[in-house]
Design a binder for this molecule. Sequence first.
Ligand code: TXA
Ligand code: MG
Length: 317
Amino acid sequence: METIVTDSPQMAAQFLRAGQTVIFPTETVYGLGANALDATAVLDIYTAKNRPADNPLIVHIYNPNQITQLGRNVPDYAWTLVEKFWPGPLTLLVYKQPIVPDTTTAGSDKVCLRWPSLPLTQEFLRECGLPVAAPSANLSGRPSPTRWQDCLEDMEGRVAAILTGPDATFGLESTILDCTGTFPVLMRPGSITLEQLAQVVPAIQLPSQATALILPGTKYRHYSPRAQVIILTANQLPLDFSGPFAYIGLTDPAQFFSQPPTHQLIVTDVTEYGSELFAFFRECDRRNLPAIYAEPVPPQGVGRALMNRLSKAASQI
Ligand code: TXA
Ligand code: MG
């Protein structure tokens, strides 16, 4: 399939309305979209990404009226969160209406809803005039794409169109909250932080060990470059070895290594660390570096999301 690259949200929306797959920018990462209400179109997303059929998709909306069109039994606290944080990088899991096909939710009776804040995304979604199912626009298992060029690298020939836009501001995927119970449960940390959410819904819960095992992202290897990712620990230091390696962190790598890294990125704060992480992973793969050492940060605020993605990238399963 020929992949059209365009900066026109109107043109990109035409492809989507015709039942085809379209990659589009958001404030978190790029998404690979199709009409969420068309099971055949949604199936093409799974094929394009090599995504396992049991891993459900987030449905992107552009108008809060769509919440009740697609979801049901939406609790009061979810409406409060919508009021406070939408549009933005927060995804809410609610019970689904029958109009949402099982293919979109991978057979679940619950659906993830998200209203992105990037103006270009909103324009694209309005032009589509439909709810758009979209996972991150990477090949399954690869780091999420934060630049349209990353999408082209993974997906050229596999999707009908790519809508080009700015590099993602946040660079980590949206925060996901399960809103199907009495209290909201944090399913995936993101740049809307637990601390921010707790100010609005003090009863917010972290998943228990047992449920964590069945939560998204815990089952499949995620966010991984080909290089081995190693999170630095205090007792490893200082490291002395030959051969190429990369480093990302807040601290000067001279503190950790006896020779300079082949490739490095020193970030100034945790927010920049989050927005640059996946792009850095991809750059290391382009340079064929076998190992990436990453400095850990305290798991608070955006640091919680960052450490979640780093741990997943570092795990060998
Ligand atoms: O920032 C984001 O959320 C980006 C942009 C494109 O919006 N999207 C994204 O999608 O990260 P994806 O598919 O890469 O991650 C969505 C996660 C998956 O781990 C999936 O298992 C989970 O959300 N998920 C989606 N629908 C679900 C459902 N009905 N029940 C449980 N988990 C669900
Ligand atoms: Mg993903």
